[in-house]
Write a protein that binds this ligand. Structure first.
Ligand code: ATP
Ligand code: MG
Length: 324
């Protein structure tokens, strides 16, 4: 049996990149009866960027509702908010003392975000250590994530191996990353990696009108309507290709190459496809967002289960370090 673990930060509303890159593949794995899954909402991580409590609570509920909307089975698995298992903060200190400074300073995500954000705090710097705690605290074997998290998984493995080697015993289970081959990094409406913190996301749960308005903002070049267009260098086409079936993709490719087909037409097709593909998810999401007490019930149920494992692993670490 493998223990699967993955999380989404509540740094914004969940988006198409989170859903295709992390949630759907993770839920597929969780449906295998051989697996046991721990899926959580990384609300402590989101404090790096979100300082307003109500915004963070709203985002946390949105991420939780998205997991349920995408079909996560909370009866068989464990579903929780990171902050409700405060043992992770104690573990964070221990592992901070095993995380080499240059390794954190060289992390791509830190370099990238520290260039863009005005608030470059120590939490941003030590983000990968808290992530290592999230994973190691629950003895996870497999961590399904998007390609952007590959390096953070390597950091987790390095910290765990260093710890195990130093103490000559297997305190930590060494996790493996699982990165879907087809779904790599989903581009945002500006062509960079779709990210909650870059304000370039497509929120598939938005109401029809704002969703359409947002899709119409996808950046394009200025090729006139009547001229042929290059499908292989266009964000709308690339998003459409990720969601559509082969025939639909081929049809749109021919439209691009043939001319007299505008980017507005392609965006409209993408919008309609999203409404069609995610109809059920949109309905379930709205149901949970309108019934926050049901969400809360789901999360509290999972927190009790998660805490049992976290306490046990923390005890193992403290005992190894001589703190018990
Ligand atoms: P932030 O901007 O706060 O870092 P994010 O949008 O990058 O947020 P995370 O919470 O960091 O989302 O990531 C949650 C999961 O979603 C991770 O497994 C990550 O690899 C995956 N993911 C995030 N963005 C994308 C993307 N554009 N394409 C594919 N997977 C993604
Ligand atoms: Mg991210």
């Amino acid at each position: 049996m493998a223990r699967i673990l993955t999380g989404i930060q509540s740094s914004g509303k969940p988006h198409l990149g989170n859903i295709l890159g992390a949630m759907k593949p993770a839920i597929d794995l969780s449906n295998d009866p051989q697996n046991e899954s721990f899926f959580f909402i990384a609300d402590l991580h989101s404090l790096i960027t979100i300082k307003d409590p109500q915004t963070r609570i709203d985002n946390t509920n949105a991420v939780a509702a998205a997991w349920l909307a995408c079909g996560f089975n909370t009866e068989q698995n464990t579903f929780y908010r990171q902050s409700r298992i405060p043992e992770v903060c104690e573990m964070n200190w221990y592992l901070n003392c095993f995380a080499p400074f240059p390794m954190l300073a060289n992390a791509h995500s830190f370099k990238d975000k520290s260039d863009r954000l005005s608030d470059v705090n120590a939490g941003l710097f030590t983000y990968p250590v808290l992530m290592a705690c999230d994973i190691l605290m629950y003895d996870a074997n497999v961590v399904p994530v998007g390609k952007d998290q590959r390096q953070h998984l390597e950091i987790t493995r390095d910290i765990a191996n260093a710890f195990n080697n130093q103490y000559g015993e297997e305190t930590f289970v060494i996790p493996e990353a699982q990165i879907g081959k087809e779904v790599m990094t989903i581009p945002g409406i500006d062509g960079q990696k779709m990210s909650k913190t870059y304000a370039n996301t497509i929120d598939i749960f938005q109401a029809d009108k704002p969703l359409r308005k947002n899709i119409m903002k996808i950046v394009t070049d200025s090729t006139p309507l009547e001229e042929p267009k290059d499908p292989d260098n266009d964000i709308t086409f690339s998003l459409y290709s990720i969601l559509a079936d082969e025939n639909q993709v081929e049809e749109m490719r021919q439209n691009y190459l043939g001319g007299n087909y505008g980017y507005g037409h392609a965006k409209q097709a993408l919008y309609e496809l999203i409404l069609e593909k995610f109809a059920k998810e949109r309905e379930t999401y709205n149901y949970y967002m309108e019934n926050p007490d049901l969400l809360e019930k789901e999360l509290v149920k999972g927190e009790e289960k998660a805490r049992v494992v976290a306490k046990d692993v923390l005890k193992r670490v403290k005992s190894t370090l001589g703190f018990i």
